[in-house]
Design a protein around this ligand. Structure first.
Ligand code: HEC
Length: 136
């Protein structure tokens, strides 16, 4: 009985939580494809509007370095960066390589098109979706 109460409680919380993947599909997918291998990305560069999400996620994970190996802090800093970048993208913050920046230009700000809750959800999704998925 207790289990039923707990699981239905979790279920109802879930119903209201913002789904990061839905946010991705609504706000990011038109430019960033979800998954693609490096070789394929290089071949399709001309038809792409932005780096694939798997590349964005793995580059940020590599570039955000913390002294002690705390996964929680790493994830937290990653999420902070992404949330900020979505509405304040500027060239000085981008970790994209120079060639890609030249090719794609800087990401346009999504200010006014996305809520804080959606930014949080999509940033978490971006970290967790590519856990153990490499861009190679
Ligand atoms: C209109 C096209 C477009 C949309 C929509 C878009 N992006 Fe981008 N994004 C880009 C481009 C182009 C770049 C590469 C240049 C740069 O770093 O600004 C980029 C870069 C990024 C980066 C930085 C990567 C780095 O290496 O520094 C992040 C993080 C990012 N996007 C997340 C998102 C998220 C999350 C969404 C949806 C909420 C989104 N983007 C929607 C075009 C877009």
């Amino acid at each position: 009985m207790k289990n039923i109460v707990i699981s239905s409680l979790l279920f109802s919380i879930n119903l209201f939580a913002t789904d990061g993947y839905e946010v991705y599909k609504k706000n990011c997918m038109s430019c960033h494809v979800e998954i693609m291998q490096k070789g394929e990305a290089l071949k399709n560069l001309k038809s792409m509007k932005a780096p694939p999400m798997v590349e964005v996620s793995s580059r940020l994970k590599e570039n955000i370095i913390i002294k002690d190996d705390e996964d929680d802090i790493h994830r937290h800093l990653f999420i902070l960066f992404v949330k900020d970048y979505i509405t304040n993208p500027i060239i000085g913050k981008s970790m994209c390589n120079a060639g890609a920046l030249e090719r794609f230009g800087v990401m346009p700000s999504l200010e006014g098109k996305i809520s804080n809750e959606e930014k949080q959800a999509v940033a978490e999704w971006l970290y967790d979706r590519y856990e153990n998925v490499k861009f190679e």
